[in-house]
Each structure stands twice: as C-alpha cells, then as structure tokens.
Write a protein that binds this ligand. Structure first.
Ligand SMILES: [Zn+2]
Ligand SMILES: [Zn+2]
Length: 271
C-alpha cells in the first residue's frame, strides 16, 4: 500500500491510497483543477479512481466532489447524515456507509469510524490491505492470502477529542495521518472571533498539537512506519511548532512527514 496527499489544511483536503492497481480518494475538498493537477503529479488521473470516501460535509472535505462527479462517475461513500448535510443524497453515485462498516474496493478494505466533530454524522477512515503485495520470492508460499493481516493506514483529522471508539480502532496502525490543527496560544491570540475560537477548542472541534501528542501516545505508535502531521491551520499553527511538539513524543524523526496545504505530500510506501 502507498498513499499521498493532494493537499491538507483548512482550505481543502484529499488523500489518495493505492494498492495492487486500486486507487481510492479519501475526501474531495480541493477544487477540480487542484485535484487533477495533484493527481497528475502522482501519475494518476480522474479515470484512475475506483471509489471516493467522504468524511463529513465541511467545505474543506467536499468542495470538489460534485464537479469531479460530473467529469467522472465513481462510487462515493459517505454517512447518511453527511449526504443530507452536503446535499448529496440525490446523487446517483452516493452509497451510504455506517460506523464500523467496511467496504471492499479491489485489494483494499475501507472502514468508517464515527468521530466527535461538529458535523452531522462525521467519520474518519481506516484503510487496510486485504491482498498480499506482489512478491517475486517464495515467501508468499508459506502464508497465502488466507488470513493475511494487511498493513493498516489511519486517517484521523477533524476530531475535537479522542473517544474510546477512536483509540480502540486506530491503535496499532502502520501509518497514521494525524490532525495537528492548532497551537492553543496562537489560536487564542489569533484573528478568529471568540465564538469560533471556542468552537475549534471544544470537544467537537479540532485537535491541538498537545491533544495530538496525547492521542498519539494512546495509539501504540511503535508499529508506525509513517506519521503524517495534517490539517495544520495556516492561521493558528505553524509546521515548526507542530513538529517540535510531536518530536517530543515520537523519536523516529525520519518517519515524520508534515502535510502541506498546497502540495500535500508525495507517495509514502508501506512495506
Ligand atoms: Zn477539515
Ligand atoms: Zn470539519
């Protein structure tokens, strides 16, 4: 499995996950133009996509969806609440997904996990391989595909707090894309109105750098091959601050990546 971001932050989010020729897009919050250009950079196109999974109705996660579907019809999974709130419930491509439900797409299984966030029925996703990577040696003969415990990638942004359900589901991942939304001091001294500051800080808002550190420690990070810091606010945080705080609790600094609003991040491979 490998994964890359087309862009990450409060202006738009989209992540592509690929395995065995299957490509799924998690969120579609960038303009169609940005989405196509970023896919092209990753040597993919709209025609490469096998399915799209939407986390929730906020614009930074659905902005490009309807224009993309006009160009390329592909199944789109989202919760019923998200479909209603995003006015997507009458789109023929939409398939409803519920908490804990897992959808098989090619060699990948994508599981919805409901999270605490101020949207109608927000979820995040856990993606796992269901097929062995192509191998040229004989190692495959001993295990076969039966019972194969594939690599797991967790997408965990847009949550205000860590629920027991989140900790239970996302523990022991091989890669994690984790929200580091804001630095509390920068948020409180920043330009947002008091009501928005309160909303961001609440249990239904976004994770601060400190909360991200605390959650990371609960998620048994020892197996992580990649830890990506994502959904970093351009107004209320900076990459350097987020990185410094996470480095305090995650010592394998060469395995840390910071997602960018414009550029996302390039392919990361799970071995
Ligand atoms: Zn968001
Ligand atoms: Zn959101």
């Amino acid at each position: 499995m490998r994964f890359a971001s087309l862009g990450s932050g409060s202006k738009g989010n989209a992540l592509v996950v690929s395995h065995q020729g299957t490509h799924v897009l998690l969120d579609c919050g960038l303009s169609l133009k940005h989405t196509e250009a970023a896919l092209c950079r990753l040597e993919l196109g709209l025609e490469s996509l096998d399915a799209i999974f939407i986390t929730h109705e906020h614009g930074d996660h659905v902005r490009g969806l309807k224009s993309l579907l006009r160009r390329r019809s592909v199944p789109v999974y989202m919760t019923h609440g998200t479909a209603l709130a995003a006015a997507c419930n009458s789109l023929p491509q939409v398939v409803y997904i519920s908490d804990k439900q897992e959808i098989d797409v090619g060699g990948l299984a994508v599981r919805a996990v409901i999270v605490p966030h101020d949207a109608r029925e927000p979820c995040q996703y856990l993606v796992r391989e269901t097929m062995l990577p192509a191998r040229t040696d004989n190692a495959v003969a001993s295990g076969g595909e039966c019972g194969y415990a594939g690599k797991k990638l967790g997408l965990l942004t847009d949550l205000g707090s860590a629920s027991a359900h989140v900790i239970d589901t996302f523990s022991g991942c091989d890669a994690l894309v984790l929200e580091c939304n804001h630095d509390v001091d920068m948020l409180m001294q920043g330009p947002y109105p008091a009501s928005v500051k309160q909303r961001v800080r609440s249990d239904w808002g976004h994770l601060s750098n400190t909360q991200a550190c605390e959650l990371l420690c609960e998620l048994q990070p020892d197996k992580l091959q990649w830890l990506v810091l994502a959904h970093i606010s351009e107004k209320n945080n900076c990459k350097k601050l987020a990185l410094e705080q996470i480095q305090g609790v995650f010592s394998r600094h060469e395995r840390l990546v910071v997602a960018d609003q414009q550029q996302g991040f390039d392919w990361l491979e799970l071995n």
